[in-house]
Design a protein around this ligand. Structure first.
Ligand code: THU
Length: 160
């Protein structure tokens, strides 16, 4: 028997410690959360992605009375970015959520389905995505989806 140990590095920042570029991205995510459509969960998520060119694209969650037809903020932003700018890789992504008019106590982390989408995008664009996951008090910075989706399924598993 052999053991494999998986490790994860997460940097924890205070808002004041962020670079101007990251503050701007986080502000864009916060602004996007304001126009989320979340009448069922009342959990308004905002996501902003920064492309290599510097362009910032935002998204927010769009819920539906048929619950499973709803979509997360991350996939709205990421799919918009890659659909319109397929040759401009996503370099960083900021994620934040508010409920009842307050930023969440815990950092907002992407759901499993969004992690899978991020993995596909990283492989497709050959570019790791730096993620800023924010709460009311601190920001986790994580470099690359591998940390959030270790042993993730990908196209290489489809062949022998
Ligand atoms: N949601 C997101 O948009 N992103 C996340 O990372 C977590 C969850 C949305 C889905 C749903 O509209 C609401 O938040 C509650 O789960």
């Amino acid at each position: 028997m052999k053991e494999k140990i998986l490790t994860a590095k997460i940097e924890v920042y205070q808002l004041e410690e962020l670079s101007e570029e990251y503050k701007l991205l986080l502000d864009a995510a916060k602004k996007a959360s304001e126009s989320a459509y979340a009448p069922y969960s009342h959990f308004q998520v905002g996501c902003a992605v920064r492309l290599k060119s510097g362009l910032i694209i935002t998204g927010n969650n769009q819920e539906n009375a048929a619950y499973t037809a709803g979509i997360c903020a991350e996939r709205v932003a990421i799919n918009h970015a890659i659909a319109c700018f397929p040759d401009d890789p996503i370099e960083s992504l900021a994620l934040v959520a508010q409920t009842g008019g307050k930023w969440t106590k815990e950092v907002c982390t992407p759901c499993g389905e969004c992690r899978q989408v991020m993995k596909e995008v990283e492989l497709r664009t050959q570019h790791p995505i730096t993620m800023l996951l924010s709460s009311a008090t601190e920001i986790y910075i994580i470099s690359g989806i591998e940390t959030l989706l270790p042993l993730g399924f990908n196209a290489s598993a489809l062949s022998v």
